[in-house]
Design a protein around this ligand. Structure first.
Ligand code: SF4
Ligand code: SF4
Length: 425
């Protein structure tokens, strides 16, 4: 891949030496973590291909689209409504925030005690190794947690096209009005960027495309209720991660074809791990590509992950947008209704999330919950205490993990995870 795309990366302004090192580390990590799994569904070959081409063929596809006038919009959060972007035939891509890069340089512009996800976004920009950031015509920053909100003031100096979206912090009437006003403002900004006016037909089409993507992911999630689990948590997480990068219709078809295969597996009682393997629900901060550390530890310690209560997972894909509206106004209301239900820890209070964790624990027949937080993530770390208290009161085993993207705590994490799995076995 490197030889074919070097010119393209150079033209995007990437630092080719640093980028080579990144691809080497990513390729090795993927091989060690993903390709050593046994009994993988055949359909995962598509996702192996997507990851192998994540900086190659997919970027070329985006750039070819740009040459034909199709814009690329980058985002860091599931609050950015893809439906509005799709309505102008533009592409929304998630920006990589799952690996450590250029930490020294990052800590010159951000405090050390910033979460790894934010530092990663800055590291990829400062290190000039992310072709998605460099391809984007607009980068959307959202006012969610304080870390992100304030860091966008710094990012604004580093990228020419940052658009900041305000996000409410309370599920009140005023909060919903703010979200609606911000989505209207975003719609206008996307129309201006693309030169495409969004009418009801375009918006409905955008909604249908994104809903179909979510329906496919819901189908995949539902198949994980079976024991033995027909797909590993690592592979299901990968599908949820690719959700943010891939061409949406192709992605939907690929997930649906994996689901056909998994239905067959479930009928034959075939799983990735033996029947009776301890089942874990993961809950907490989002795991962006290539953050596979904790799932890998869990699934090489004798358990299987059966669900992710996360924005790269069920929190991000739960609920569809009502497609029945006839006017732009009705469809925009439906979009606001759907997104306003996201139970991110930036909201206060946030009781829906506690309910969803228990609901998912029961639905996926889990035996325990591992609550995962990035160090210095105040919203999720504070909420973790409440989650732990609530689950313990219900007799649900829970383990709280705080970590980052470094590999230094691997041994310690493995010991704690193994002890937890032993306890729920
Ligand atoms: S956890 Fe909150 S801030 Fe992060 S992606 Fe999800 S909704 Fe956005
Ligand atoms: S992990 Fe936490 S601190 Fe980091 S960006 Fe997400 S909500 Fe903010």
């Amino acid at each position: 891949m490197a030889e074919d795309y070097r010119q393209m990366w150079k033209e995007l302004g990437l630092d080719l030496g640093a980028h080579d090192s990144l691809l080497e580390v990513l390729g090795k990590g993927y091989k060690d973590i993903y390709m050593t799994q046994e009994n993988r569904p055949d359909g995962m070959k598509y996702f192996d291909f997507v990851i192998s081409q994540v900086h190659g063929a997919r970027i070329k596809e985006l750039l070819d689209g740009k040459a034909r006038g199709r814009k690329v919009i980058g985002s860091f959060c599931v609050f950015v409504p893809e439906e509005i972007v799709r309505a102008t035939d533009s592409t929304l891509v998630g920006l990589c925030t799952g690996a450590e890069f250029g930490t020294e340089e990052v800590e010159r512009v951000l405090p050390r005690n910033t979460c790894a996800l934010i530092k990663s976004a800055f590291g990829f920009k400062l290190g000039k190794v992310c072709p998605y950031i460099e391809s984007a015509d607009m980068i959307v920053g959202e006012n969610t947690c304080d870390g992100k909100k304030k860091s966008y003031e710094v990012l604004k100096e580093l990228v020419p096209n940052l658009y900041v979206m305000d996000i409410p912090q309370m599920k009140s009437v005023q909060g919903r009005s703010l979200l609606k006003a911000e989505y209207q403002r975003f719609k206008t900004a996307v129309e201006e960027l693309t030169g495409v006016g969004i009418d009801a037909e375009r918006l409905r089409k955008g909604i249908e495309i994104v809903n179909n993507k979510r329906r496919a992911i819901h189908r995949l999630a539902s198949l994980r209720k079976a024991d033995p689990a027909p797909i590993s948590g690592l592979d299901a997480l990968l599908a949820n991660q690719v959700f943010f990068y891939d061409e949406p219709v192709r992605f939907t078809n690929s997930v649906n074809s994996i689901c056909d295969e998994l239905e067959q597996r479930a009928k034959n009682g075939r799983g990735v791990f033996p029947e009776g393997t301890p089942r874990i629900l993961l809950s907490g901060c989002p795991m962006a590509v290539p953050n596979w550390k904790l799932p890998w530890i869990i699934e090489t310690s004798g358990a299987v992950i059966v669900g992710e209560e996360s924005c790269v997972g069920e929190r991000g894909t739960r609920n569809l947008v009502d497609e029945s509206g006839n006017t732009v106004e009705e469809l925009m209301e439906a979009i606001v209704d759907r997104y306003f239900q996201i139970d991110c820890a930036i909201f206060t209070p946030n009781p829906e999330r506690l309910n969803h964790i228990t609901e998912m624990y029961n639905q996926y027949n889990a035996h325990g919950v591992i609550h995962y937080c990035l160090n210095f993530c105040q919203p999720y770390q504070v909420e973790a205490m409440e989650v732990e208290k609530e689950l313990e009161a219900k007799g649900i085993p829970v383990l709280r993990i705080d970590t980052d993207y470094s590999m230094e705590d691997m041994g310690q994490l493995k010991t704690r995870v193994e002890a937890f799995i032993e306890q729920i076995s």
